[in-house]
Design a protein around this ligand. Structure first.
Ligand code: UGA
Length: 452
């Protein structure tokens, strides 16, 4: 209260960094968003968010206009401006398929550190293998002017695409891994806007202060738990399928127990996106390196259950279309299939590791003529899978198809009218890859319906 607010920088203006930069400006901080990608920075500076996230465009324009938010490609400008520098760059899956690639973190830290000219705090936000914060601290020691006493901290983030603005402004907790009281105080000041907003709304945001290792592990543990929850219910779906049970009812029934909880218990095509699949693999790889591989062996199973959901759609398609499944999988040649949904979940244009696109590719590989439509993801999907037919509406995709596959639960698809669609298809067959349709309604309209 009364203390001056630190100036904040966010290095890496991808999904995470851009959202944070914009939202923290909205909370009243003076902010620079930095990136090495000049095109991205030019776009943001001109008031346009380079990805689809509800509500973010408006906040960007408002805070640019208010003069609290700037974008830069200069390490020098960024270093001179900030008191607290957040590292928000990507940590993609390494080419070997398991561990995390930390080269962007290294580039950001070694780019920034030499230009620092007063005491400052560097805070890691990217999802990283445990031990990275210690390594960053060494890098900073080596690359920053010795007399400044630059410090490092770690503060993981938990935002979900599609809800990112809410998740940043109103997080359900803040976790900081610190080594000193000074760093702790700086991070508190850097989040004071979040605590103040909560206070005006009569809420409290829990603050968990930990060591480096714990802060790093909290993030991957949270994502591993979420992935496990999804694969658990999908494993139950596999058992329901052979036993004649209904996994949607089962999920609802167990979810009433508050110890279990009903969220993230939706059976279907499983999890995708840029986080959960890669994070559970990197977590296993790191645990293995540390000698605790056995402790996370179950995550391998979580991964396998998740990937099996994709093949399940292929099997269902063959069943519905009366096609033989040979050793190389089903032959779907001569069929026209509508795929509704390309993004890894609704309300985003992100198709990274999207289960829906993986299935679309499998259907095409099996010989089907795939017509795809997604309300926001067509463009990104086309870049990944250029050979499919992309349609500009649901009706165009569904027209004359022998089978409709709903693979992302966009509201447009959930609310689609099975009677009207039934008039324009070649055959009334539908796979509900997200268990999001009203099966009674579809069956009543003459469709051969299969859920997951
Ligand atoms: C996830 C986490 O939920 C965030 O807390 C975390 O901050 C983020 O990763 C990250 O590490 O950056 P996100 O990737 O945006 O967020 O997506 P989720 O909403 O978690 O959904 C992941 C996938 O799980 C989607 O493909 C979704 O369709 C699937 N899912 C989700 C299910 O199959 N069933 C469910 O019940 C819930």
């Amino acid at each position: 209260s009364g203390a001056p607010r630190p100036r904040l920088t966010f290095l890496g203006t991808g999904y995470l960094g851009a959202t944070y930069a914009i939202c923290f400006a909205e909370l009243g901080y003076e902010v620079i968003g930095f990136d090495v990608d000049e095109a991205k920075i030019a776009k943001l500076a001109a008031g346009s968010v380079p990805f689809h996230e509800p509500g973010l465009d408006e906040l960007l324009r408002r805070n640019l206009a208010a003069g609290r938010l700037r974008f830069s490609t200069s390490y020098q400008e960024t270093a001179e401006f900030g008191d607290v520098h957040f590292i928000c760059v990507g940590t993609p899956q390494r080419a070997d398929g398991m561990g995390a690639d930390l080269s962007y973190v290294e580039t950001a830290v070694t780019g920034l550190a030499p230009h620092l000219s007063r005491k400052a705090l560097i805070v890691g936000k990217s999802t990283v293998p445990v031990g990275t914060a210690e390594w960053v601290e060494q890098l900073v020691g080596k690359h920053s002017p010795a007399d400044l006493g630059i410090e490092v901290a770690w503060s993981p983030e938990f935002l979900q695409e599609g809800f990112a603005v809410e998740d940043v402004l109103r997080p359900n907790r803040i976790v900081v891994g610190v080594k000193s009281e000074w760093a702790n105080g700086m991070l508190y000041a850097a989040h004071k806007g979040v605590f103040d907003l909560a206070a005006t709304e009569d809420r409290e945001v829990p603050l968990v202060v930990t060591d480096f290792a714990t802060a790093e592990l909290v993030k991957v543990a949270a994502n591993a738990f979420l992935a496990t929850k999804i694969s658990f219910i999908n494993a139950m779906a596999e058992v329901c399928e052979v036993a004649g049970g209904d996994v949607t009812q089962l999920s609802r029934a167990i979810g009433y127990d508050p110890r279990i909880g009903n969220r993230f218990l939706q059976a279907g095509l499983g999890f995708g996106g840029a986080c959960l699949p890669k994070d559970i693999r990197a977590f296993q790889a790191r645990a293995q390196e540390l000698g605790a591989g056995e402790a996370l062996r179950f995550l391998h199973e979580v991964d396998l259950i998740n990937l099996r959901r994709r093949t399940r759609v292929l099997t269902l398609a063959a069943e519905l279309l009366d096609r033989r499944v040979g050793p190389a999988g089903p032959d779907l040649s001569g069929t026209r299939i509508a795929v509704l949904g390309a993004t890894f979940k609704p309300n985003t244009d992100d198709v990274r590791d999207a289960p829906s696109l993986a299935v679309a590719a499998m259907l095409a590989k099996a010989g089907a003529d795939v017509h795809l439509y997604d309300p926001e993801g067509n463009e990104n999907a086309r870049r990944t899978l250029p050979d499919l037919s992309y349609e500009t509406s649901m009706n165009a995709a569904v027209q004359d198809s022998d089978l409709v596959c709903v693979l992302t639960e966009w509201a447009d698809f959930r609310n689609a009218d099975p009677v009207a669609l039934g008039e324009i298809v070649g055959g009334r067959r539908v796979i509900d890859g997200r268990n999001c349709l009203d099966s009674t309604l579809w069956t009543g309209a003459g469709w051969d319906y299969r859920g997951m």
